[in-house]
Structures are given as structure tokens and as C-alpha cells.
Design a protein around this ligand. Structure first.
Ligand SMILES: Nc1ncnc2c1ncn2[C@@H]1O[C@H](COP(=O)(O)OP(=O)(O)O)[C@@H](O)[C@H]1O
Ligand SMILES: [Mg+2]
Length: 251
């Protein structure tokens, strides 16, 4: 349903007065696809281009070459509204996800599409999916922990009933308990089969737990794209070995 073909992204490094403008290739001909009811993980060290790729798929960033289609339609042919109903992204930092001046209820109601009849029930249903009670609605973002905010951010993304949910290092600032709570939520979303997940992480072991396919990036280049067996059986690839060893060190 999502097809990414040879996507290339070049950041123009800001030129100083005496230096010529330098190009930086953040993504170099990256290709992959996401199939219905499958979870795809994008793995790579910091700086490998994961967030850039995620933002490009959501049309938050332009790209320089290649093609991206969702359900056989180029993402540039989607209106902003259509795309936001199709792809939702959860960002790395749950503290920046919500407007601190607005109640959670306000932020969530605002995210519900007009065609939904009983907005409150609809919101409650999504909150239940992330194990939050509806008493969160009258509260403000600062009254919640990072893990709770991340779960509310997932609920808000699901209010759009998107075909694709991109979670960009959703565990980055969370403790182990919150990480596993959120992992369980992704399992539930996967089981419901309405939303397909792109899971971005630098931790290959959590990707092994939930993914059907894995894309490994290094400095904007594709190192490997395949199913878990393909990745695990590739003993000769040094970067993959490094990622696997890094996981064991963390545990
Ligand atoms: N707006 C930008 N301008 C210039 N370079 C950028 C910009 N955003 C990201 N980069 C560079 O692109 C590379 C990939 O960044 P990013 O996509 O954030 O990687 P990741 O999410 O894997 O850590 C990094 O080297 C980063 O410094
Ligand atoms: Mg990132």
C-alpha cells in the first residue's frame, strides 16, 4: 500500500560568506514497501536518515528524487487533509507533542474529523486502546509523565484512523516499563488491522519483536531490506553485527 522508490534527499548546507554551498545527501535512493497488515521497522544509528525519511512520507519535508505512492497514488496528489487522514506520525519527544496551554481534551477533540458522530465516545475508544481513562480530558499536558503523553499522542494519531502510523523512536525518552507498555499498544494496533505501522528505532532487538520487514539505513544508504530471517542470517554484514551487539550491551 505504501511504495517508496529511489527516494533521495539532499540538504543544502547553509553557505557561509566565503564557502561555497555544500550539499549533504541524507537519503540516497532508498526503496521499500509497506504491505497491508504488516509492520515495517526502519533501523539505523543516529544521523542515518530515519526521521528525514519519516517526514518525507508525511509530506512534512520535500525530497529531491524518487517516487512515493500510497494506494497507487503519488503523495503529491493528496491534499493536506487527505494525507493527514492517511499517514500520522508520532514524534520522538513526547514533551513537545501537545500544546501546554490547552487541555488534552481540547487537543483531542480538535483532531477528530467532522464526519465522526459521537466525538466523545470515539475519543474514549482510542484512549482505551492506549490504556488511558477519559479523566485525562480535563487535564493539561504537564500533569502527565512522558510515557503517558506518548500514549495520548498515539491515541490522537489514531483518531484520524490513518492507514499508516509512523512511530519515530517512540521509546527514546522512556523507561523500560513505559517502553513495554507502548510496545503492547503497537501489538494491539497491529492486531486490529486497521492501521499499518512503520516503527523507527535504533534498537534492533525491539524491531525483531514486532516487525515483518526491516529496513536498515546507514548514512542515508540502504544497508539491508528484508524479513527478520534475512537480517539475522546475514552474519557477514558488519553494520548489522554492530547494531545487534549494541543491543546486547544495552541489556
Ligand atoms: N534541516 C537539516 N539541514 C541539514 N542537515 C540536516 C537537517 N536535518 C537533518 N540533517 C542531517 O541529516 C542526517 C540525517 O538526519 P535524521 O534524518 O534526523 O537522522 P536520524 O533520524 O536517523 O537520526 C543527519 O546527518 C542530520 O545532521
Ligand atoms: Mg531521528
Amino acid at each position: 500500500m505504501l511504495k517508496v522508490e529511489n527516494v533521495t534527499k539532499i540538504y543544502k548546507k547553509s553557505a557561509s560568506l566565503f564557502k561555497r554551498e555544500e550539499d549533504f545527501v541524507a537519503l540516497n535512493k532508498v526503496s521499500f514497501s509497506l504491505e497491508q497488515n504488516k509492520v515495517l521497522s526502519i533501523i539505523g544509528e543516529s544521523g542515518s536518515g530515519k526521521t528525514t525519511l519519516a517526514k518525507i512520507i508525511c509530506s512534512l519535508l520535500p525530497y529531491d528524487d524518487g517516487k512515493i505512492e500510497i494506494n497507487n497514488k503519488n503523495i503529491s496528489d493528496y491534499t493536506k487533509q487527505e494525507l493527514s487522514n492517511t499517514v500520522q506520525m508520532i514524534f520522538q519527544n513526547p514533551y513537545a507533542s501537545f500544546n501546554p496551554k490547552l487541555t488534552i481534551g481540547y487537543s483531542l477533540f480538535e483532531a477528530v474529523n467532522e464526519n465522526i458522530k459521537n466525538k466523545k465516545d470515539f475519543i474514549k475508544e482510542k484512549l482505551a486502546l492506549v490504556d488511558m481513562e477519559d479523566d485525562v480530558l480535563d487535564k493539561f499536558p504537564h500533569q502527565f509523565s512522558g510515557g503517558q503523553r506518548q500514549r495520548i499522542a498515539i491515541a490522537r494519531a489514531l483518531l484520524k484512523e490513518p492507514k499508516i502510523l509512523i512511530a519515530d523512536e517512540p521509546f527514546a525518552s522512556l523507561d523500560v516499563i513505559n517502553q513495554s507498555l507502548i510496545m503492547d499498544i503497537f501489538y494491539k494496533i497491529k492486531k486490529e488491522q486497521k492501521t499499518n505501522i512503520i516503527f523507527i528505532t535504533h534498537d534492533i532487538s525491539s524491531a525483531f519483536k514486532i516487525s515483518d520487514k526491516i529496513l536498515i539505513l546507514q548514512n542515508g544508504n540502504m544497508v539491508k531490506y528484508g524479513n527478520i530471517e534475512d537480517i539475522k542470517s546475514d552474519k557477514t554484514n558488519e553494520y548489522i553485527n554492530e547494531l545487534i551487539n549494541a543491543t546486547y550491551l544495552m541489556d
